[in-house]
Structures are given as C-alpha cells and as structure tokens.
Design a protein around this ligand. Structure first.
Ligand code: HEC
Ligand code: HEC
Ligand code: HEC
Ligand code: HEC
Length: 267
C-alpha cells in the first residue's frame, strides 16, 4: 500500500508526505488554541489533586545517582510500612536502597500514575497487586523477580520461596545441557544470562493467543509447552508441578544486567 492513498499514517507506522496535509485555516487554529488551554488547565488541576499533600520528600542515593520520591506519599516510618517490610529493611535500608530497586516504578515522579509507572515508554512499572493478578501470581512473587536481579548467585535466600524453588528446577532439569547461563553450560540453545533484558518484541505470540501479551505470559506458556509458542522447538516439554512454570518464568526474567557498586551485591 502506498503512503498518501488515504490510509491513516499512524496505522502504517510512517509519516506521510508533507504535501498531503492541508493547511489549517484560521478557525481551526483558534479552536486548537482553546483546546490546548483547556488541556493545560485540566493537567494543572489533575496535578494538584494527585500530588503529595504534605510536600515533597525524597531519598537521594548518591552512589546510584538515583532519586526516589515515593516517600512523598508513602511514609517509611509508618507502622503499616514497617510491618509490610518486616526485617527486610535491616539488610536493605531505604536510605541506601531507596524503593524502586525492589518495587519498580518511576522514582523521580511525584504524581501517583507516573510514580507507579502507569505511563507509556516506562519499562519498569510498579510491581503491584493488579499486575500480579493479571499473571496469576502474588505481588510478593512478582517482586522476587527484582530481589533476584541482585541475589541471582545465591541458591537460597530467605523471603524468596518461589525463586528458590525455581533454582532447584534449573538444577534438576539440567538446563545447562543445552543453554549457557553466565558463561557456564552449552551453546545448543539461546544464552539465558540476560534473558530478562530481551525486548518485548523478541517474543512472538501465536494466533489465537489469550491473556496478556507480556514477556512473563510468554515464558509461562513456553515452559508449559514450548512448541505451542515456538513451532518445532527442541526444548523438552515437562509436566511441571503447579506454579513451577510461573516460577521459572519469573526466574529467567530476573536475569538482567544491573550496573551497581559492590556494596549493592550480596556476598
Ligand atoms: C502521589 C502519591 C504517590 C506516589 C508519589 C507514590 N505512590 Fe504508591 N501509592 C499511592 C496511593 C494513594 C496508593 C494506594 C492506592 C492504590 O493502590 O492505587 C499507593 C499504592 C502503592 C503500593 C501498593 C499497590 C498494590 O496494589 O500492590 C505500592 C507497592 C506502592 N504504592 C509503591 C510506590 C513506589 C515504589 C513509589 C515510588 C516509585 C510510589 N508508590 C509513589 C500514592 C503514591
Ligand atoms: C528490599 C526490597 C524493598 C525495598 C528496598 C522497599 N520495599 Fe516496599 N515492599 C517490599 C516487599 C517484599 C513488600 C511486601 C510485598 C508483598 O508481600 O506483597 C513491600 C511492601 C510495600 C508496600 C505495600 C504495603 C501494603 O500494605 O500493601 C508499599 C506501599 C511499599 N512496600 C513501599 C515502599 C517504599 C515507599 C519504599 C522505599 C522507601 C520501599 N517500599 C522499599 C520490598 C521492598
Ligand atoms: C539492589 C540489590 C538488592 C535487591 C533488589 C535485594 N537485595 Fe537482598 N541483599 C542485598 C545485599 C547487598 C545484601 C547484603 C546486605 C549486607 O550484607 O549488609 C542483601 C541481604 C539480604 C538478606 C539477608 C542476608 C541473607 O542472605 O540472608 C535477605 C534475606 C535478602 N537480602 C532478601 C531480599 C529480598 C526478599 C529481596 C526482594 C524483596 C531483596 N533481598 C532485594 C541486595 C539486594
Ligand atoms: C534439550 C535442550 C534444552 C533444555 C534441557 C532446556 N532448553 Fe530451553 N530451549 C532449548 C531450545 C532449543 C530453545 C530455542 C527454541 C525455543 O525457544 O523453544 C530454548 C529456549 C528457551 C528459552 C527462550 C529463549 C529466548 O530468548 O527465546 C528459555 C527462557 C529457556 N529455553 C529456558 C530453559 C530453562 C530454564 C531450562 C531448564 C529448566 C531449559 N530451557 C532447558 C533447549 C533446551
């Protein structure tokens, strides 16, 4: 199909030829101006309604050049906060670790939707209850993906029951027979060292796919029935215990490149 034959440019994913656009007349410009003003006004009102009520607060983490403003709305000394985190904060004090390393979200943002990462082009959304539910896992399980970005070298870590189990599956199923992970193993199948960094477009969803089109959903299906998503796949099909396909999917997605100073790597 040629560009400019009447098809909307956005659907083609290309911009049209300049001459194809009509010049706007005066009335159109005035209407556009009024609409713009209204949009600005609404944006200001919305900002006021969702901005933190008690002013800005933030955690500036110098070694990471990172700022997390979550504490503008979530007080880190509130009883509910302390209860939710238990003794996690002893090993990961918020003043050094901030919030987004574990939770995702957009640290510098001050409006809830932005901070929680519900915005286009932000690839680290808050790992919240809603997102977890969509994938049939709990929020705590979803968050283990983050924990393990740092704790990947340890076979067993307290507070990470799901990924501890997944790591045992990797031993038992001998993934390294075919794959390499961190320079170990074979090269008969894709290198999995940084599987979690692969772009979403890496994953092809077969026709008739139901459910979310996310990397996590793709991996769950792939671990349940590889050939269903990669026709002719040489990856074995296992009968996995309940929840283990999800656990393996969370595990491979936790394998990401993280550029952190030594203090942030568990020994
Ligand atoms: C402008 C205020 C505001 C900011 C900034 C903010 N939050 Fe929230 N957050 C809220 C409110 C209000 C709720 C409870 C209502 C809801 O869940 O929508 C919430 C809920 C949450 C929850 C529970 C959600 C669930 O359903 O599992 C988590 C976790 C969370 N926030 C983490 C963060 C993190 C991490 C940041 C920083 C990146 C952050 N928030 C920044 C206002 C904020
Ligand atoms: C070491 C990782 C880690 C760090 C750092 C961390 N959290 Fe959490 N947070 C957790 C875990 C784990 C939970 C419990 C999740 C669950 O059980 O669903 C949690 C729970 C929460 C909840 C949900 C409470 C509820 O009742 O639903 C909020 C809100 C939250 N954290 C905000 C923050 C903020 C703000 C910061 C930064 C000051 C922060 N967290 C730092 C790991 C962390
Ligand atoms: C940014 C990297 C990072 C993230 C994310 C992270 N940790 Fe840690 N964790 C560490 C470091 C570093 C230590 C060691 C702290 C020390 O020795 O002072 C540690 C220590 C621990 C310890 C205590 C020591 C041990 O091995 O028994 C536990 C338990 C733990 N982390 C669990 C978790 C859980 C659960 C999460 C996710 C909710 C998590 N961590 C997220 C870096 C991280
Ligand atoms: C007998 C060889 C074999 C074994 C054992 C094996 N795999 Fe695979 N795996 C493959 C092949 C071949 C592919 C490429 C075709 C495909 O995507 O299904 C693959 C693909 C994958 C992919 C998708 C990679 C990508 O980016 O497209 C993941 C993730 C994966 N395997 C994880 C695992 C894990 C985890 C284990 C162990 C629990 C494992 N595999 C065991 C052969 C194997």
């Amino acid at each position: 199909m040629a560009v400019g034959d009447g098809a909307p440019a956005a659907e083609l994913g290309v911009t049209g030829d300049r001459d194809e656009f009509r010049r706007p007349d005066g009335r159109l410009l005035a209407a556009a101006g009024a609409a713009l003003l209204l949009a600005l006004l609404l944006a200001v009102l919305r900002e006021a309604a969702t901005a933190p009520s008690e002013g800005l607060d933030q955690i500036w983490i110098e070694p990471l050049s990172r700022v997390d403003r979550c504490v503008s709305c979530h007080r880190a000394d509130a009883p509910a906060f302390l209860e939710a985190h238990g003794d996690l904060l002893d090993a990961h004090p918020p003043e050094e670790f901030g919030c987004t390393l574990c939770h995702g979200g957009q640290g510098p943002a001050t409006r809830q939707a932005d901070a929680h990462g519900d915005v286009p082009f932000w690839e680290e959304p808050l790992l919240d209850t809603r997102r977890a539910r969509i994938h049939g896992v709990s929020r705590a399980q979803l968050m283990e993906m983050r924990c393990n970005a740092c704790h990947r070298a340890q076979a067993e870590v307290r507070g990470m029951p799901t990924l501890n189990a997944a790591k045992q599956q990797v031993e038992r199923k001998r993934c390294l027979r075919c794959h390499s992970i961190g320079g170990e193993g074979a090269f008969d199948a894709p290198d999995l060292t940084y599987e979690g960094d692969k772009h979403p477009t890496h994953y092809a969803f077969p026709d008739g796919w139901r459910g979310p089109r996310t990397a996590l959903a793709w991996h769950v299906r792939h671990f349940t029935d590889p050939a269903a998503v990669v026709p002719g796949s040489a990856m074995p099909t296992w009968i996995l215990p309940e929840g283990q396909a999800e656990a393996l999917a969370l595990l491979v997605l936790s394998w990401r490149r993280l550029d952190l100073p030594p203090r942030y790597w568990p020994r």
